[in-house]
Write a protein that binds this ligand. Sequence first.
Ligand SMILES: *[C@@H]1O[C@H](CO)[C@@H](O)[C@H](O)[C@H]1NC(C)=O
Ligand SMILES: *[C@@H]1O[C@H](CO)[C@@H](O)[C@H](O)[C@H]1NC(C)=O
Ligand SMILES: *[C@@H]1O[C@H](CO)[C@@H](O)[C@H](O)[C@H]1NC(C)=O
Ligand SMILES: *[C@@H]1O[C@H](CO)[C@@H](O)[C@H](O)[C@H]1NC(C)=O
Ligand SMILES: *[C@@H]1O[C@H](CO)[C@@H](O)[C@H](O)[C@H]1NC(C)=O
Ligand SMILES: *[C@@H]1O[C@H](CO)[C@@H](O)[C@H](O)[C@H]1NC(C)=O
Length: 354
Amino acid sequence: MADDLCFFFSKDSFIIKAPKKSPLALRMVVLVFAMVCGVYICSICLKQIGIRTNPGFLNVEVIERPCPEPNIEPWETPYVHYPRPKTYSRAECKCNPVRYFAILSMQRSGSGWFETLLNNHTNISSNGEIFSVKVRRSNVSTITETLDKIYNLDWSSSASKNECTAAVGLKWMLNQAKASGIQPEQQGVMRHHEEIVEYFKTRGVSAIFLFRRNLLRRMISILANSYDRDVKPLNGTHKSHVHSPREAEILAKYKSLINTTLLIPSLKQVEDTTAKALEYFKSARHIILYYEDVVKNHTKLLDVQDFLKVPRRELKSRQVKIHKGSLLNYVENWDEVQKSLKGTHYESLLSGDY
Ligand SMILES: *[C@@H]1O[C@H](CO)[C@@H](O)[C@H](O)[C@H]1NC(C)=O
Ligand SMILES: *[C@@H]1O[C@H](CO)[C@@H](O)[C@H](O)[C@H]1NC(C)=O
Ligand SMILES: *[C@@H]1O[C@H](CO)[C@@H](O)[C@H](O)[C@H]1NC(C)=O
Ligand SMILES: *[C@@H]1O[C@H](CO)[C@@H](O)[C@H](O)[C@H]1NC(C)=O
Ligand SMILES: *[C@@H]1O[C@H](CO)[C@@H](O)[C@H](O)[C@H]1NC(C)=O
Ligand SMILES: *[C@@H]1O[C@H](CO)[C@@H](O)[C@H](O)[C@H]1NC(C)=O
């Protein structure tokens, strides 16, 4: 078309006998015309590319569309997650929000029992005492990697419920059980508390503190458990938790001997650890539970389920309590223990059923 026009113009110019400078003007006209054509063609091309890429872009969006906004309060947003496990697909539950939690407790404070209760919920996976394995708590990076894996639903344990899990977590001990005064080895949560609190806050992890009110009963449970570890009266196997009244009865036969010199200092040490942990983690979202309250008051388990935003269920554990009733049946030197605690603020620990 441009050629034709050029020809026409040149013919025309030839006929009209235009002045000498006209070929230059004509060339300019042709050039401008060609440029306009070029820009026009280009713009059409760009428009077509645009049309072609737009639906593609939309398709991608349809495939990877984020899950619909959950109906939550604004403050909850940091605590709602949609993990994409590397090892499997969350399938029909991929748009079910997941909450992250950590049970922070101490040995023989009912946390094993509490965890079986949580795991009785179809939508809760509590993966146990992950950091009892030393290499996982070597340093902050191994701790973070381990937590990332758990919270991404990539941790595999008997408790993992995978695709339809709505709350995932672990049990983390603030200290290890040691009845003696020896400084117990810790699971890293107190040593690296600053980084862990930061992780909890940035990743939206909620803490569930589980403490025991009666620290004397806890001490007796520790002593009995360590006796069981050595003697193994249940057919040569060590059991920290039992599932039948018969086994509980056998384990409850043992009477501990409490070192009264160390009694008050070690009760105080547990109180100090508790206070310290609460201080360290107070800025993270948390709930505080006491074993005795959970035993006595069923509302506490509903509180936990509400805290984790899972549907309320009746939760059951198969575990049977070992030390029931008065403590005097479980302590060899009960008189001595009574004498040590009378008149101190620990006196109330001598009574109480749990
Ligand atoms: C919860 O406990 C009950 C009674 O022991 C049991 O029948 C049920 O299968 C448990 N549910 C889960 C998810 O473990
Ligand atoms: C952390 O510990 C792991 C395992 O013990 C080790 O491989 C790694 O180098 C350590 N990292 C740092 C930063 O110390
Ligand atoms: C709980 O798990 C069931 C399947 O076991 C699933 O259908 C349901 O959507 C889950 N609920 C939540 C809140 O994720
Ligand atoms: C020990 O094993 C025997 C035989 O398997 C069984 O009958 C008994 O109940 C077991 N005792 C305890 C305390 O578990
Ligand atoms: C109690 O513990 C103290 C300090 O460890 C120790 O010196 C003492 O011998 C112990 N007493 C008994 C009766 O074991
Ligand atoms: C049980 O716990 C709930 C809150 O968790 C509390 O409101 C209620 O008073 C408690 N009931 C008893 C009998 O202590």
